[in-house]
Design a protein around this ligand. Structure first.
Ligand SMILES: [Fe+2]
Length: 366
């Protein structure tokens, strides 16, 4: 197996890379946007295929690279719409949007021949989780070396954190290695046994004493909280402009796209990896003929908030109708509601048919 502990000095954040050497499949835990190029180079130089980015929680002190890494790998594979086969994942209790997978306590993440167990460890934030891989535990900001994460914002709770650490994490084998999300003193790894004996915040403290300690920390707000939390609630920052696909292939950045341009990418992209294509006609019109893989949401039922909840505001959505009038209207409405990448497919299904491209009828392609 390949294992790396990587460090972002500006935020004192540890990012972890784990790879299965037999299949070359990898996961990244808590990637940081400023270290995007470092992490992409590491994957490339080691010939690794990234399967997951795993965020231990919605961070307040740095922006996650989850979304940007997925997009960057998609660009490298010539698949600008879907952003590669990487899945971004975070706890469902974070109430974040735009991730591919939402994790709960006891979930298992599979990659190559390896597996990672998700352990819900709320307290630092309500959605904080730890990841257990073999004998290594990645604790994010729940359990730190000699300390623990703060509990005074993002639905934090000292009571919950006390329970997470003393009941859930301290129940693990004492040999299990503890890899934290941060360290500010250059320490890299500890163990459950060491933390049970020497953790200054929690060892020998009752719940009431711990709650009192956490309430009296008087820490200033993290410097980047107002930038980091909103960005991390949708999977982090978009890929920097310089790393995006050339304009000719980045269909999502356009106002409208021709059926020729759109259909090429649509048909080359695996169904599970495609962007959303919304057909805004009536169900009756849709059942007559439609682009295979399109989803029918009639114009009067289109809800920007619900769509953004499914895709995140930065993800592309393509809109189609028959001649193109309703899709243009729908595109304008969604853009006005704050969706940035809404693209209208010019000419609609009429143009699609005239270009000699196949259309589906009641689920079949003809
Ligand atoms: Fe945190």
């Amino acid at each position: 197996m390949t294992f790396r502990q990587l460090f972002d000095a500006a935020s004192s954040t540890y990012t972890y890379l784990i790879a299965d050497d037999a299949t070359h499949e990898a996961v990244l835990i808590d990637p940081v946007i400023e270290q995007l190029e470092r992490d992409l180079a590491l994957l490339r130089d080691n010939g690794l295929t990234l399967r997951y980015t795993l965020d231990t929680h919605v961070h307040a002190d740095h922006v996650t690279a989850a979304q940007a890494i997925k997009q960057a790998l998609g660009v490298q594979q010539g698949n600008t719409q879907a952003g590669s086969g990487v899945q971004t994942a975070v706890s469902r209790d974070c109430n974040a949007a735009g991730y591919d997978r939402y994790l709960g306590d006891g979930d298992v993440i599979l990659f190559g021949h390896e597996e990672i167990l998700v352990i819900a460890t709320p307290g630092h934030t309500a959605g904080s989780v730890s990841f257990l891989w073999r004998d290594r535990l990645f604790t994010g900001d729940a359990l730190l070396i000699g300390g623990c994460g703060r509990t005074d914002f993002q639905s934090g709770s000292a009571e919950a954190l006390y329970h997470s650490i003393t009941v859930k994490l301290f129940a693990l084998d004492e040999q299990v290695l503890v890899y934290p999300g941060h360290d500010y003193k250059g320490r890299r790894v500890s163990s459950i046994g060491e933390e049970k004996l020497f953790n200054a915040r929690i060892t020998g403290k009752t719940l009431a004493e711990f709650v009192q300690t956490m309430a009296s920390l008087g820490l200033p707000a993290p410097k980047r909280i107002h930038e980091a939390v909103p960005a991390n609630l949708v999977g982090g920052a978009e890929l920097p402009a310089g790393l995006r696909a050339p304009a000719s292939t980045a269909l999502a950045d356009r106002q409208s796209v021709s059926v020729q341009q759109f259909s090429e990418q649509w048909r080359e992209t695996e169904a599970s990896a495609r962007a959303l294509l919304i057909d805004v006609r009536t169900p009756a019109e849709f059942s007559q003929e439609h682009v295979d893989g399109a989803e029918n949401i009639p114009l009067d039922q289109l809800d920007a908030i619900a769509l953004m909840g499914r895709t995140g505001p930065g993800k592309p959505v393509f809109i189609i109708c028959q001649p193109g009038t309703r899709s243009q209207l729908a595109t304008e409405r969604l853009r006005a509601a704050g969706m940035t990448h809404v693209v209208h497919v010019d000419g609609g299904t009429n143009a699609w048919r005239m270009a000699g491209l196949p259309l589906a009828k009641q689920g079949a392609v003809r």
